[in-house]
Ligand binder design. Structure first.
Ligand SMILES: *[C@@H]1O[C@H](CO)[C@@H](O)[C@H](O)[C@H]1NC(C)=O
Ligand SMILES: *[C@@H]1O[C@H](CO)[C@@H](O)[C@H](O)[C@H]1NC(C)=O
Length: 271
């Protein structure tokens, strides 16, 4: 996922604010507790003490992803993930070799339907997860507004943009606490760290330089020709943006779906 493909800058003093608005399922449904009183069929239940726990849990997470693509009935605040709609992403970075003030709005991300969960490991000690997922192709479109600089190029403008990363390999390390609610154990997802690689990137930013077409075309050409250093420069902030999006989604999901539906022999006692 790459809500930040166009945030071509990295480094430390940064603030990423996300407004997440998800598709079809609205928050207007009444309280959730009742929705998942019994385990939905799409969740495959595994046990730490089974021989092939990692294979089982990989399959289980794949099943969850597949179901999220079209949306899970009764799950509040989480709509479809393909397309995934995000109302606004803001990036503000002050001093340093690169500085930027940018926003991306009305963002639509497509491609998650072909997410492949390569491996999911759940720790039986601290109940954290390490998840490796592969996304062959993704497309992000939206309206951008930015002032900033990437590599040696100033980028000023606002208009429509799209980004198409391909061959994305993501490793996500998630920490959780367990808690009890209504006779079940739940995950409290507390943090996630993302690392990723991509094998290609195509992009376009329209109306750069307030419509000076020659500059716009040559700059887009340059960014595409140099996609590798461009995406390397952007990596920390893209990773941070992906982390914020995933964290919000996972927190929503796992405060509603009991953890013991996924791993039956989690301790009932808390962690
Ligand atoms: C960032 O840009 C927005 C919109 O152009 C502006 O309102 C805001 O003051 C800017 N923030 C900084 C710190 O420059
Ligand atoms: C989840 O963790 C956060 C941060 O540690 C904490 O503030 C919150 O109360 C926890 N929620 C539950 C339901 O345990």
């Amino acid at each position: 996922m790459s809500s930040a493909y166009w945030n071509l800058w990295s480094s430390v003093p940064r603030v990423v604010q996300l407004g997440l608005v998800f598709g079809l399922l609205s928050a207007s449904l009444p309280s959730t507790c009742a929705s998942f009183e019994t385990k939905p069929d799409f969740i495959k239940t595994c046990r730490f003490d089974q021989a092939n726990f990692v294979d089982c849990s990989t399959e289980s997470v794949q099943g969850l992803f597949d179901k999220l693509v079209t949306g899970i009935e009764g799950l509040e605040h989480v709509g479809t993930i393909d397309p995934m709609k995000i109302s606004k992403i803001r990036i503000l970075q002050g001093d340093g070799p690169v500085s930027v003030n940018a926003s991306l709005s009305k963002v639509v991300v497509t491609g998650f339907a072909s997410t492949k969960v390569v491996r999911n490991v759940v720790s039986s000690k601290d109940f954290g997860w390490e998840t490796h997922i592969r996304l062959p192709k993704m497309r992000l479109e939206g309206n951008y507004h930015m002032q900033g600089r990437i590599l040696v190029i100033p980028l000023n403008g606002h208009g429509k943009c799209w980004f198409e990363p391909s061959g994305m390999d993501i490793i996500m390390r998630t920490t959780t606490d367990l808690y009890q609610k209504d006779g079940h154990v739940y995950y409290n997802v507390t943090a996630t760290k993302v690392d990723y690689t991509i094998s290609g990137l195509r992009l376009h930013m329209g109306n750069l330089f307030e419509g000076v077409k020659v500059l716009e075309d040559s700059t887009n050409q340059y960014l595409n020709d140099n996609w590798r250093p461009v995406s390397e420069a952007l990596k920390p902030i893209i990773a941070k943006t992906i982390e914020d999006i995933l964290l919000a989604i996972m927190q929503n999901i796992f405060h509603q779906l009991p953890a013991d539906y996924f791993v039956a022999d989690l301790p009932q006692g808390a962690s």
